[in-house]
Design a protein around this ligand. Structure first.
Ligand code: SF4
Length: 506
């Protein structure tokens, strides 16, 4: 199978950079459902533009290229050990080329493997079948949406919905609750794979397998088909919207499967996937490993966005770093800003570090960007950022307030919002939380005009290092201001009330 590694490298590259045809069709519909002049509509336009840019440049759609998860069918007799070796080779090469971010971290030492290979990475599921070719499906699902997966054990009590019994009505409630609890944090608009039954392990596995179904198929089980339709008919009444900004569209797909269960257990497992729904497949020649045909991939994808540039409304506010307290106090929840100047990336490792040490740069009046970019060196040895969307901010909640206070930070950029402690710190010390559009890695990489420096590269690895980025017109929405207002709190509360209307409490 001399062509196998190359075929797999193509599969990985295309999956990370090119959206499946069925997902494109679904997002195309979603894009028409919001007013382009409101926050959610503008965010959707940016998402569309980002998908186009990623495809044209063959660069990652989202900087979190996720956990590579392979679902493979082989004819009897195919050497699975050789296939595994070829997958590893292709993963290492794709990482070197910047198509995958180095995402595999040793859970004991915290060290990044640097090449996406390690215990449990990548995930490979083999099965045999009676066809005469190899099928390889690849799912790249990032951490932000993976963290919003949820498993219910029925019967249970659900916030806003009351009791969920061991029947389809109880399952329906769990699915609605799963969408509500994710809010915008899994980078809505989102899509669900659901498994009714199984055990805790097989339930999640089967829920993810549902994400391998084309979004526009019809469930062969009429009962589940009806349940899928029911979820899709009501989920968007929640009003969570794109990125949790509020709006008409929250969910763009729901696929439900079922497994037998033990009489004592009744699990409902929900795999939440974000708008950056990356899944492609190939059918391979079992002798050579050459690609015979692609699955889910469109030969010549049409553009999703209406325009080629940043979709502006004319109401955006321009800010340049360093920021003053006065700059920040003027901002109110709902304002859209275009930020220019130098900003500093910081994720979990940096926040933990700054709790106990000084910063390598003076952060007074500066902006911290919750972002783990994809960065590669060009031919001259200069760093180039090839993907740079925001990561989930809530992980930094235990640290952020102290760091704002100690270092005099004026703005935090991230996604999904933060908690009460940070909100209080924004108020006390004059700072603001800016919600960037989650996953829009190409759109934000385009805003980076220069990498001015990097700290802790050796110690923390590329995603966790502190990158000093000069940016121009980085767009983000003020979702938490210095006056104690949080859009996230408002949307969570209102969508909770909507949840009660959709499926009344018993
Ligand atoms: S779009 Fe958001 S949730 Fe999805 S992989 Fe990217 S950062 Fe994670």
């Amino acid at each position: 199978m001399e062509q196998l590694s190359q075929s797999l490298l193509e599969l990985i590259t295309q999956t990370a950079t090119n959206m499946p045809a069925d997902v494109r069709r679904a997002l195309k519909r979603v894009l028409t459902m919001e007013d382009k002049n409101n926050r959610s509509g503008q965010a959707l336009q940016i998402i569309g533009l980002n998908i186009d840019m990623a495809c044209e440049r063959e660069q990652p759609i989202c900087q979190d290229t996720g956990m590579p998860t392979f679902f493979i069918h082989t004819p009897v007799g195919v050497n699975q050990i050789a296939m595994k070796r070829a997958i590893h080779e292709a993963i290492v090469e794709a990482t070197k080329l910047g198509k995958l971010r180095p995402n595999s971290v040793d859970s004991v030492t915290g060290k990044n493997a640097g090449n996406n290979i390690g215990p449990g990475t990548p995930i490979i599921h083999f099965e045999q079948w009676e066809e005469d070719e190899i099928e390889v499906l690849l799912l790249l699902k990032g951490g932000g949406c993976e963290n919003k997966n949820i498993q219910y054990s029925l019967p249970c009590e659900l916030e806003h919905l009351g009791r969920a019994d061991r029947n389809l009505e109880g399952v329906y409630k769990c699915i609605l609750h799963a969408i509500w609890q994710a809010q915008g944090q899994g980078c809505s608009v989102g899509c669900l794979g659901v498994c009714i039954g199984g055990d805790r392990t097989s339930g999640y596995h089967h829920a993810k397998e549902q994400l391998l179904r084309p979004l526009d198929d019809v469930n062969p089980n009429p009962v589940l088909a009806e349940l899928e339709e029911r979820v899709m008919a009501h989920a968007n009444d929640l009003g969570i919207g794109t990125m949790g900004f509020g709006g008409k569209v929250t969910l763009f797909g729901c696929k439900i499967g079922a497994l037998n269960r033990l009489p004592a257990s009744f699990f409902v497992s929900v795999a939440y996937d974000c708008w950056a729904f990356r899944r492609l497949g190939v059918r391979l020649d079992p002798q050579t490993g050459a690609i015979r045909r692609w699955l889910f991939r469109e030969e010549r994808p049409q553009r999703l966005a209406d325009q080629e540039n940043l979709p502006l409304t004319g109401r955006e506010l321009h800010l340049t770093t360093p920021l003053s307290e006065e700059d920040v106090r003027k901002l109110r929840v709902g304002d859209v800003v275009l930020l220019s100047g130098v900003i500093y990336t910081g994720r979990d490792a940096l926040h933990k570090y700054l709790m106990e040490h000084d910063s390598p740069v003076d952060l007074r009046g500066q902006v911290i960007y919750h972002c783990g970019p994809v960065a590669i060196k060009d031919a001259q040895g200069r760093w180039k950022i090839t993907a740079a969307g925001p990561t989930t901010s809530m992980r930094e909640e235990p640290y952020q307030a102290d760091i704002i206070r100690r270092f005099g930070i004026r703005a935090v950029i991230g996604k999904g919002g933060m908690g009460e402690k940070t909100l209080q710190a924004l108020k006390d010390y004059g700072a603001v939380y800016l919600n960037a559009i989650g996953g829009a890695a190409q759109f934000y990489a385009e805003c980076v005009t220069e990498v001015e420096g990097v700290d802790f590269l050796e110690e923390f690895g590329i995603p966790e290092a502190m990158w000093h980025l000069r940016v121009k017109d980085l767009l983000a929405v003020v979702t938490m201001d210095s006056h104690g207002n949080s859009l996230h709190e408002v949307v969570e509360e209102e969508s909770g009330k909507n949840l009660e209307l959709i499926a009344p409490r018993r």
